[in-house]
Ligand binder design. Structure first.
Ligand code: NDP
Length: 324
């Protein structure tokens, strides 16, 4: 029988964790024929809640779920892990400065990166969901010198999926007819959803919509969708974030011709090397590859540069704090 894949989820007792774990256990993360074990990492005060979720997982009798472990020790949680979904993070609280936020998250993602370095399986793949996701991923990666840098990624797939949905609604086409969508930069309000390479029925999407809609409606709607959901729902998006995490890892492992993911830059498209920034990517043989050769016009250049500048500032801030 196939050895189960160990999937570690941090912040497992949170909202996203609750939406995520059942889908992993049902086979949607890796495939309908891949057995899994789950490792749930939580802070001590949330371990009991994670135990409750584990009881519910038991009660589903998922055929692919071969075990559940619950711990507050990253060295245990990441021991032998093949996939790590880093969801738990310190949320920004009212009055919190960016430096405080980065410092609090440095205290989470630094030790987790080290535990991954020291204990994870050789094929470990890491997806950071917890915000500020790109920089949290950078912090973890910098604490894991023995793991190939490319195994550390951050999630922009929710932004990508939001962009597909908004464009599909505008053009009244199913999302399946939209190809080559791209999110560039940081998973933040500066992100840039790019329609200049997106294709719908063989035509470039930016040419099917007027520029005012693209600039004044589409881009801000995608970038600020999280806030709109909090406003409507009274809580932040959770199921859609979990869904995007599933999409990211599934495509990473099983391959795709084109999606968006934040991965360490190799210097492509003028993004400084090492920054974990969102690009148009393909996945082949279990590895992300940045799609090369796209022409970037002035409109896009300005927006990509602004988001990348923000990532550089975050990197500088965590350097100053001694977090990397
Ligand atoms: P959620 O599960 O709703 O969110 C978790 C993280 O995901 C947050 O940082 C959130 O950022 C981020 N996120 C990224 N994209 C999205 C999105 N599109 N929509 C919503 N959130 C997004 O948070 P909860 O507070 O419910 O749960 C967090 C859990 O993590 C708690 O149980 C806590 O105990 C745990 N935790 C565990 C740690 C650990 O394992 N060491 C460390 C810290 C916390 P944002 O806040 O910006 O929305």
């Amino acid at each position: 029988a196939q050895t189960p894949v160990k999937v570690t989820v941090t912040g497992a007792a949170g909202q996203i964790g609750y939406a995520l774990l059942f889908r992993i256990a049902s086979g949607q993360l890796l495939g309908a024929d891949v057995p899994v074990t789950l490792s749930l990492l939580e802070i001590p005060q949330a371990v009991k809640a994670a135990e409750g979720t584990a009881m519910e997982l038991d009660d589903c009798a998922f055929p692919l779920l071969r075990g559940i472990e619950i711990t507050d020790d990253p060295n245990v949680a990441f021991n032998g892990a093949n996939v790590a979904l880093l969801v738990g993070a310190m949320p920004r609280k009212a009055g919190m400065e960016r430096g405080d936020l980065l410092e609090a998250n440095g205290g989470i993602f630094g030790p987790q990166g080290k535990a991954i370095n020291d204990h994870a399986a050789d094929d470990i793949r890491v997806l950071v969901v917890g915000n500020p996701a790109n920089t949290n991923a950078l912090i973890a990666q910098q604490h894991a010198p023995d793991v190939p840098a490319e195994r550390f990624t951050a999630m922009t797939r929710l932004d990508h999926n939001r962009a597909l949905s908004q464009l599909g609604a505008k053009l009244q086409v199913p999302v399946t007819e939209i190809k080559k969508m791209t999110i560039w930069g940081n998973h933040s309000a500066t992100q840039y959803p790019d329609l200049f390479h997106t294709e719908v029925g063989g035509k470039i999407a930016a040419e099917l919509v007027d520029e005012a809609w693209l600039r004044d409606t589409f881009i801000p709607t995608v970038a600020k969708r999280g806030a709109a959901i909090i406003e409507a729902r009274g809580a932040s998006s959770a199921a859609s974030a979990a869904n995007a995490a599933i999409d990211h890892v599934y495509d990473w492992v099983n391959g795709t011709e084109w999606t968006s993911a934040a991965i360490p830059s190799d210097g492509s498209y003028g993004v400084p090397e090492g920054l974990i920034s969102s690009f148009p990517v393909a996945s082949r043989n279990g590895k992300w590859e940045i799609i090369q050769g796209l022409e970037i016009d002035a409109f896009s250049r300005e927006r990509i540069d602004a988001s990348v500048r923000e990532l550089e500032e975050e990197r500088e801030a965590v350097r100053q704090l001694g977090l990397i």
